[in-house]
Design a binder for this molecule. Sequence first.
Ligand SMILES: [Zn+2]
Length: 351
Amino acid sequence: MVTERKGLMDRLAEGPVTLAEGYLFELERRGHLQAGAFVPEVVAENPDAVRMLTREFLAAGSDIALALTYYAHREKMRLIGREDELEPMNRAAIRLARDVAHPFGALVAGDLSNTNIYDPDDADSVAAVRQIFREQVAWAVDEGVDLIVAETLSYAGEAVIALEEIKAAAPDMPAVVNLSFHRPRVTREDWTVAQSFRRLEEAGADVIGLNCQRGPQTMLPLLAEARDSYKGHLAALPVPYRTDDSHPTFQSLDDPGCSCAIPGDRPFPVALDALTCNRYEIAAFTAAAKDIGVTLFGLCCGAAPHHMRAMAEALGRMPPASRYSADMSKHFAFGSVASLKAVNTDYVQNL
Ligand SMILES: [Zn+2]
């Protein structure tokens, strides 16, 4: 199963590359971390759970193991009183990803996220954000990651700082920068998609894209908008939820079919189950994104391995987990294999 480990840019030159995300949501669902703060304490407390999910995502077709350092930054660790564990947790997350990635021939990515303290009008906050990114980049580079992803950045200015810190520490390190657009189709400083992509391209981003917040249906128009003016490698990692024009983000979704009261009357973040895309919707999104010109494909919060496998298969791949892709020909009632019993296949309209 070990393959030649080409770098990200060589792989992108040859064809689509895939990147599974959504570790925090899936590990929360599995009972390993707390919704709200969403800090990846699971890295320290249950590393086997992280290894298992990483392995599942790679078997389902992800070309990249994303180290679970999302929100493992100084501001978040301070918030939960674990600031002294910041560096060991960052390093441990990257080592976990590396150990799992190696047998798959997969790349290992460091991960930077929004700091939640960025305020473009406050010089002190801008300096603090830069320091947060600087130390996380230093640990990732020291641990030998193959690329660094900076993501869910809704201020393009914060994204530029992350990118500058990556390139300052390691000029040749591929940098993937993914912006997040909430309900407005502009960044939080009111830059359009075209303006923010241009600024990131000028600052040396190797791949620029969109991730999180928006589901397939409401991310596609922004991808097309990006493609109009930006000709470099384009990334798309929606959340696998059924967002629509009235509810363009997963935070804005409601669930009219729910039979009970949900705390806060808001399905986000832990009651989104009924609004989740199925694997065929993810395959359809993948084809549509490919038509637009996306080259780095992935999924964010809410994604599970079956979604990732559908994405990989829509790109013409057969990852290891495709061995178990559905085959209804052998189903006892819906199937078509000759040996199935008529007593069951004739009863199918009653199922
Ligand atoms: Zn996300």
